[in-house]
Design a protein around this ligand. Structure first.
Ligand code: 13P
Ligand code: SF4
Length: 303
């Protein structure tokens, strides 16, 4: 089917089914263009609670669609590609976390939204990359376990005062794999460029950065900066918005392979099929949903 025809059909079905399309900024450009809202995890979670459509087509990965369902249980949440997951989210399980809690009953569990609903249900509070520091600072207890991302957790640990932050050994393969050697070489080739990175990068890469933030925070920083050239240390999907919103600025990646395979699975045809066949519906067991909701709501209250 031709691209224009797919887009027309998507628009038609969206109206018929009172649906809205949310897309993470790591999605392919065509999917971002057809979406009603493009944003980072926090913006999309908030959008899920604010829109009044009956159906949400979530172009992203499983934990994002799950968060939308936890926050909006009466809406039908669809994930166009059933297998779109997050390898980092799979690096912690509710079972292992329960075991940890049994051995460390006085530790507060802070869980990155890149985690399953059942892990959220075992956690005291959630955070995203845009509010992790604020969330940890808001906690009364000084003993914290940060799951599952050791890099984001370490970034928080280095920037928060008077807290003992223990790190779970998870990581994002896409961000963690940035080669410092290559990043240094690219930096040398672009001496005037500002370096903007996601906190899922390793500490050594973060040390090179002029700015560290979530995808939306990176976009905001680049839009407002007077610099003309930027090196981006996050998934290449963000280049689409950065270039669109800043035609007179230059953007390059800090590493050649900044690609999340799961984020790239969703094509326009999949968005159309999701609307047409109402697939793949995301559901969360009610007991888990309610406990995960407490952790998510605590985060939303302070962000
Ligand atoms: P954001 O919180 O910036 O949306 O990042 C989500 C993510 O999966 C990063 O890899
Ligand atoms: Fe998960 Fe990394 Fe992909 Fe984000 S970029 S969805 S953290 S694997």
């Amino acid at each position: 089917m031709k691209k224009n025809k797919i887009i027309q059909d998507i628009e038609k079905l969206k109206k018929e089914k009172n649906a809205i399309i949310l897309a993470h900024s790591y999605q392919i450009p065509e999917v971002q263009e057809v979406a009603d809202i493009v944003g980072d995890s926090l913006a999309l979670s908030k959008a899920a609670t604010e829109v009044d459509n009956e159906v949400i087509v979530f172009c992203g990965v499983n934990f994002m669609a799950e968060s939308a369902k936890i926050l909006s249980p009466n809406k039908k949440v669809l994930l166009p590609i059933k297998s779109a997951g997050c390898p980092m989210a799979d690096m912690v399980s509710a079972k292992r976390l329960r075991q940890y809690k049994k051995n460390n009953p006085d530790t507060t569990i802070v869980c990155y939204v890149n985690s399953s609903a059942s892990v959220k249900a075992e956690s005291d509070i959630c955070c995203t990359s845009s509010n992790a520091l604020k969330v940890v600072e808001s906690i009364d207890s000084d003993k914290i376990l940060f799951v599952p991302d050791r890099n984001l957790g370490n970034y928080v640990k280095n920037n928060v005062k008077n807290k003992q932050v223990e790190l779970w050994p998870g990581f994002c393969p896409t961000h963690n794999n940035i080669s410092l050697r290559e990043a240094l070489k690219i930096k040398e080739e672009h001496p005037e460029a500002e370096i903007l990175v996601h906190p899922e990068c390793s500490e050594k890469v973060i040390e090179l950065a002029d700015f560290v933030g979530s995808t939306s925070q990176i976009i905001k920083y680049a839009n407002e900066s007077n610099s003309k050239e930027f090196l981006i240390g996050t998934e290449m999907g963000v280049l689409h918005i950065l270039r669109k919103q800043n035609p007179n600025k230059e953007f390059d990646l800090l590493y050649h392979n900044l690609l999340c395979p799961d984020m790239k699975k969703t094509r326009l045809e999949d968005v159309l099929n999701a609307l047409m066949y109402e697939q793949h519906e995301i559901n969360v067991e009610e007991d888990i949903r309610q406990r995960a909701l407490i952790a998510l709501n605590k985060m939303l209250e302070i962000s």
